[in-house]
Each structure stands twice: as C-alpha cells, then as structure tokens.
Design a protein around this ligand. Structure first.
Ligand code: AMP
Length: 217
C-alpha cells in the first residue's frame, strides 16, 4: 500500500492513517509527528524546524525531503503519507524518488472539509503528549476527569492549534498545498472522501476506493 493523504490540517488524515496502517500493516509517515519528535529530542533538525512550526509556516523543502528518503527506507510494506507532500516542489521530488525506486503510488486521497469545521476541530483538539492520541473537547471528549487521558496524563493543546496559528496554517494550506489537488488530478491519482462523515464512514469510504488487490492485502 502506497498512499498519500491530502487535505488541510484537522481534516482527519492522522486518525485515518493510524486506523488504516494498523489494518494493512503499512507505515504511518506523519512529517508533523516526526518533526515534533525531533523538537522534543533537541536534534539539529528539530531546532531548525521550531520557528517555522511555531508560526504555522512550512519547514523548507530540502529538510523535509531528506527526512522522507530515510522514512521510505524503513517502509518495506508500504506507507501512508500524512502531511507530505505539502508543496508542488515536494510532490515533484517525491515522484522522482518513487520513479527511481520503481514503485508507483497507488492513490492520493483528498479529505474534503470546510474551513469553519476545521477551525472548530483544531481549536478544540487536545493531545496526550506521551502517546500523541488526540481528543476533541466537543465531539470526542477525553475520559477525564478534566482534560486528562484515561491514565491520568494531562492533555495539552498543541501550540499551533491555538486560534491565531490555526488561521495561518489554513492560509498556508490554501496557498501552498491546495495546488496539489490539480497536480494529482492531472496524473489520474486523486480520489476524494467526505471528511465530515463519522470516522468509521470515512474509513469505509477510503477502503472502498482502493483496488481489490489492495483491499485484500
Ligand atoms: P502537521 O502536524 O502535519 O499539521 O504539521 C505541523 C507543522 O509541521 C506544519 O505546520 C509545518 O510547520 C511542519 N510540517 C509538517 N509537514 C511538513 C511538510 N511536508 N512540509 C513542510 N512543513 C511541514
């Protein structure tokens, strides 16, 4: 399985990636999660990425591409890309990388969600800093008590999920990432799901769009 999940922040890409990679044994490659791990570990990459991330801007392409090459090496059973590519330059470089490895992409799944829903989802998202599991204060409240996970861990709001930065991230998506819709449409790779549907429905929609061989894998 080699899939790209495309869509704005808060569209449900992470949730669906986790569910589907577990089911199909592929690797979940979330560039945002990897960068956050680097920041926590205090690596050079983490330090370089920090300012961009805090302001809701994109980390430079060359840093991301180097990271992706390493991730592909570790994905013999395929992958779901969550949050990559985010620019046309990243998509072109990724196509070249896949060509050089002789492995075609299966599909690019576009998550369709309107901006108002995204703002509400992102600003009410609370994350367990230990596990990365996230809850929604409105639609999927944490087990509690208060903003706590079942194991008592205090949940945090990602700094880039705060209202000021959310709006910036959505603008960056529209300007730099949305052109990828036309890019993959032209290459016959794009399929679309309704990201407003309940989680299980979105999973079903994605699976139904996969080829019979992939569904059976
Ligand atoms: P995410 O968790 O996918 O929303 O990513 C959080 C932040 O990490 C983004 O706002 C960017 O600053 C950075 N980031 C993640 N993936 C990429 C990417 N493919 N290209 C550039 N920056 C990225």
């Amino acid at each position: 399985m080699r899939l790209i999940f495309l869509g704005p922040p808060g569209a449900g890409k992470g949730t669906q990636s986790k569910l589907l990679t577990k089911r199909f044994g592929a690797r979940h490659i979330s560039t945002g999660d990897i960068l956050r791990d680097h920041r926590v570990a205090g690596t050079d990459l983490g330090r370089l990425a920090e300012g961009f991330m805090r302001h809701g801007e994109l980390v430079p392409d060359e840093l991301i591409l180097k990271m992706i090459e390493g991730e592909l090496e570790r994905s013999p059973r395929g992958f779901i890309m969550d949050g990559f590519p985010r620019t046309v330059a990243q998509a072109e470089a990724f196509d070249a990388l896949m060509d050089s490895r002789g492995v075609p992409l299966d599909a690019v799944v576009l998550f369709d969600v309107d901006r108002d829903t995204l703002v509400t989802r992102l600003t009410s998202r609370w994350t367990n800093p230990k596990t990365g599991k996230s809850y929604n204060a409105i639609t999927n409240p944490p087990p509690g008590p208060g903003m706590r996970d079942a194991d008592g861990t205090e949940l945090i709001q990602r700094e880039d999920d705060k209202a000021e930065t959310v709006s910036k991230r959505l603008d960056v998506y529209r300007e730099q990432t949305e052109p990828l819709v036309a890019y993959y449409l032209k290459r016959g790779k794009l399929v679309k799901v309704d990201g407003l549907a309940p989680v299980e429905d979105v999973t079903r929609q994605i699976v139904s769009l996969l080829s019979p061989e992939l569904q059976a894998s």
